[in-house]
Design a binder for this molecule. Structure first.
Ligand code: NMX
Ligand code: MLT
Length: 435
């Protein structure tokens, strides 16, 4: 059986040859215009990034190396005793473009478990942070501190050839993914269950199985399986989303994967991006508080309008690219369909039937449909993980899968420093007038 590294090593020459072909044969070919609207509109729609592991179609949603979420659910190995996609099998697919065997997935699980402990100084650092500091800030601090042990940084200081960058980047990437559950669970324990014991990593469990166990939900098979699905399908969402783009930009300076991913986490911590899953819960709970138990389409509609009229966004709805309901939202909903106890939760059933029509009537958002955040937190809440300020940390454990994949590939392909050209308002107008 080939290891992850051996599999990547085999794919590298193929991808390098492909890039060379693009460079030599197509460098001067245009694949789209740059309009003023793109430049002043958050670069929406601009075809300006290479990101090889997933592509987001506005209508259909995400595909990982060509596989849709239902394809992945069929093809990717589950954890022993489980049914859902594991983080390991998704990471393998993203990094190699290939579906791993069950044996390869388990081999990777063992490697991650073996590398999963935090250095004691990071434990101390995280333990010293005040409980009032947002869990995402704590996660970013912890991830950045892991860079003390960066093998890329040490090798760069020693002086290595460019062709070797990717192996050290891969080492750091695997270590980072391995350590995220212990770090994220420690933050959860410190903030919400101070004094509680933190279980040791079980060498026979998959990454998310261990994460769930360290969070204190190891006996909750439903939640553990939900977390597996959640973490694998949040892993990558092409390159232009704010966290992935940040990791790519920072990585292009040859910052190591820890620093690049810490930066990405702070992008994820914004309410228009990953923090929306916390905001959805906050919004729904305050709606419940206001309307009481009398939750009906009418009361929800009224509350939606109140939110919109006060100038706030409805969290969990809309998207920068998608123009249909997010297939990740659908996958999480389908998870609930096989579990009647989740469907009976009023929190989960709220809003979905009402919000798209209200947003269409409001007439601003280009996509009135739910994105992944509309569903993700409600299920956690229902399973008893009610501390919603923690939810984006779970997203943060997940998004590393896609970000580190591209850090490895950016180094394997020798991609350059990212440095787009900017212009002032006057210069943009002059450029527009000169055609
Ligand atoms: N509620 C109210 N207004 C909205 C919403 C919404 N859910 N979505 C978009 N709009 C507004 C948007 O603020 C903008 O208004 P204005 O012209 O006054 O600036 C207008 O509609 C046009 O925006 P779009 O082009 O449709 O959306 P854009 O690509 O700029 O932004 C989001 C995408 C995701 C930032 C936006 O839809 C949003 O703020 N949604 C709510 C927050 C959210 O759920 N974010 C999570 C995204 C997924 N993730 O996990 O990262
Ligand atoms: C994501 O998963 O990153 C979000 O859906 C946001 C995006 O794709 O822009």
């Amino acid at each position: 059986t080939k290891s992850l590294k051996e599999t990547i090593e085999e794919v590298i020459p193929v991808k390098q040859a492909h890039l060379k072909k693009l460079k030599t044969e197509y460098s001067d070919v245009s694949i789209g215009d740059v309009k003023v609207g793109n430049v002043i509109g958050g670069m929406r729609g601009l075809r300006a990034m290479l990101w090889d592991s997933s592509v987001l179609d506005p209508e259909e949603g995400i595909r990982f190396h060509g596989l849709s979420i239902p394809d992945c659910q069929k093809a990717l190995p589950a954890a022993p005793g489980g049914k859902e996609i594991t983080a390991e099998s998704m990471l393998w697919l993203l990094l190699t473009g290939q579906v791993p065997s069950a044996e390869q997935t388990q081999q990777l699980s063992r490697e991650l478990a073996q590398k999963g402990n935090l250095p004691p100084f990071v434990e101390k650092l995280v333990d010293s942070l005040p409980g009032t500091l947002h869990p995402m800030t704590q996660l970013g601090i912890g991830v950045a501190a892991l860079n003390r042990d960066s093998s890329f940084q040490a090798a760069y200081e020693r002086g290595i050839k460019k062709s070797e960058y990717w192996t050290y980047t891969l080492d750091d990437s695997i270590n980072l993914v391995a350590r995220l559950p212990a770090l994220a669970a420690r933050i959860y324990r410190n903030v919400y269950k101070p004094g509680a014991a933190l279980p040791e990593i079980d060498p026979n469990l998959d990454l998310v199985g261990n994460y769930s166990r360290m969070l204190g939900y190891g006996d909750n098979h439903g939640l553990t399986e939900y977390l597996r699905l959640y973490i694998s399908i949040h892993g990558d969402h092409e390159g232009g989303n704010a966290s992935a783009h940040t990791a790519h930009l920072v990585g292009s300076t040859l910052s190591d994967p820890y620093l690049s991913y810490a930066a990405a986490l702070f992008a994820l911590a914004g309410p228009l991006h990953g923090l929306a899953n916390q905001e959805v819960l906050r919004w729904q709970l305050s709606m419940l508080k206001e309307v009481g138990e009398d939750v009906s389409h009418d009361t929800i509609r009224e509350y939606l309008w109140k939110t919109l009229k006060s100038g706030q966004v409805v969290p969990g709805y809309g998207h920068g690219v998608l123009r249909n309901p997010d297939p990740r939202f659908i996958a999480l909903q389908e998870f609930c369909e096989s579990k009647p106890e989740l469907l009976s939760s009023p929190i989960i059933q709220l809003t979905y039937e009402v919000a798209p029509n209200v947003l269409k009537e409001h007439g601003k958002t280009k996509n009135p449909y739910p994105n992944v955040d509309a569903a993700s937190g409600c299920v956690l809440y229902h399973y008893g993980l009610t501390e919603f300020k923690y939810y984006t940390v779970i997203f943060g454990v997940s998004r590393a899968l896609g970000c580190v994949t591209q850090l490895v590939w950016a180094r394997a392909l020798g991609l350059p420093l990212e440095r787009p050209k900017s212009y002032s308002l006057e210069a943009i107008e002059q450029l527009a007038n000169s055609g």
